[in-house]
Each structure stands twice: as C-alpha cells, then as structure tokens.
Ligand binder design. Structure first.
Ligand code: B16
Ligand code: MG
Length: 228
C-alpha cells in the first residue's frame, strides 16, 4: 500500500455544514408544506442540490422555473447560515490530522459536491493547507459518480490507487470506490458500510492509525477464505 494523497469530503467531514444543509432544506420544505424529517435528510447527504430537491419533492410536478427558484431559495438560507463559520468550526481532529499529513509529505485535496465549498474552505482558514480543491463547478456529474474524486486525484498528479478518500456519506463512499480509491468512512455503518475502514469521527485519529487499519483490511481482502 502506497498512499500519497488524502482527499477529504467537506460537508460532514471537515466541518458540520451537513447540519446547515439539513436546516435549509427543512425550512424550504416547511414553507412549501412538504413533509420532510431529519431521517429523510439522510438520503440527501453528499448529493447535488438539484438531486436533493428532486428527492425532497418526491415526484410533485414542478416547472423548470420553479425548480430554479426553489434551489435558489434553499441556497440563500444555506449561505446565510455559513456566514457564521470560523476556524473554530473545523470538526475535532481535523486540524491535527492536516498538520500531520503535511509533515508526512502526504498531499491533501478537498472534493465536495458543493458549489459553496470554496467559501466554506476560506472561512475555515484551511485554504493554505490544501494542494487541490474540486467542487460542484469542477465536474458535471457529482457523487455517486467518481468524477469529483478523479478530478481531485488528477490535480494532485496521483493515480487513484495512491489516493485515500475520507467520506461521511453513502453517495461519497460509492463514488470513491468506483474511482478505485481507498476509503475511510466516518459515521454509522448504515451510512458508510461500504468503506474499507470505518471510524466514528476523526477525533484522536493519527495518520499511523489510519494506515494500520487499512493495512489490516488489505490483508483480509487478500487472505484465502474458508467456506463452510
Ligand atoms: P451546494 P459534500 C455536498 O457536499 C453536501 O453534502 C450536500 O448535502 C449538498 O447538497 C451538496 O454538497 C451540494 O451543495 O448546494 O452548496 O452546491 O458532502 O460533497 O462536501
Ligand atoms: Mg459529506
């Protein structure tokens, strides 16, 4: 195993904007009288704004003009909320891991489906710590298509097999696997179960811990299995 680059998802991995996306969709749904719960929001994690709206509408007939207006309104609510983001909103464990990756000579990218990713990254104060950013403007097909991660790897100048993705969403894990990359899933198994290794969060996690867990998993993949 020769991992040279780590590609982080943004929303839900580096900061908890996943909560803001949820609140913005919830407000829109409430205003439109559309039933929507925190549980329903799980299916929206990591997918694009347009696909999120389609899921929220559940087949309700809307014109393209209405789609545009609804997406714009949700985005305004979201942008209002992210104005308050500061470096203190980096999730626990992120700052230390970023420092450690830098000193270990590992390249770092952020690959987010969000068109607001660059603003969030600036406000978090980590723009100077990343080698590449791929966002909702970089590709036309976002997660679960592999394009965003492949775009990030290309910017880093690395083949997919030398990249590790850190994701919190089912769609993101799927995208990274399809891209042929190693994946660390953060959160419940029900959400990131297809990842190679799973941790509850980045709290207290060192680069060495991640590499050891991946090595362990790789040896399992290649060990002969016995069938009953
Ligand atoms: P925007 P990620 C994703 O970001 C979010 O998880 C998802 O909820 C959102 O709909 C998508 O970005 C698009 O975001 O509306 O800001 O363009 O998880 O890939 O960092
Ligand atoms: Mg995410």
């Amino acid at each position: 195993m020769d991992i040279r680059g780590v590609i982080f998802d943004l929303d839900g991995v580096l900061t908890d904007t996943a909560e803001y996306h949820y609140r913005a969709w919830q407000r829109l749904a409430d205003e439109e009288g559309i039933p929507f719960t925190r549980e329903d929001n799980e299916a929206l994690r990591g997918i694009s704004r347009r696909e999120s709206l389609e899921l929220l509408l559940r087949g309700r007939p809307v014109t393209e003009e209405q789609v545009q207006a609804l997406m714009e309104r949700k985005n305004q609510y979201y942008r209002q909320m992210i104005k308050q983001i500061t470096p203190a909103d980096l999730l626990p464990g992120v700052a230390d891991l970023l420092k450690e990756l830098k000193t270990s000579g590992i390249k770092v990218a952020i690959a987010s489906a969000s068109k607001n990713a660059r603003d969030v990254i600036e406000q978090l104060g980590i723009a100077g710590q990343v080698d590449a950013i791929s966002d909702g403007y970089s590709v036309t097909q976002t997660k679960p298509a592999p394009n965003l991660f492949l775009h990030a790897a290309q910017q880093l100048g690395l083949p997919p097999s030398q990249c590790l993705v850190v994701e919190d969403a089912t769609s993101g894990v799927e995208a990274a696997k399809t891209a042929g990359m190693w994946v660390v899933g953060l959160g419940p198994v029900t959400r990131v179960g297809r990842a190679d290794v799973i941790f509850p969060s980045l709290i207290g996690l060192q680069w060495q811990n991640i590499l050891e867990a991946l090595e362990h998993r790789r040896s399992e993949y290649f060990s002969p299995t016995t069938e009953n």
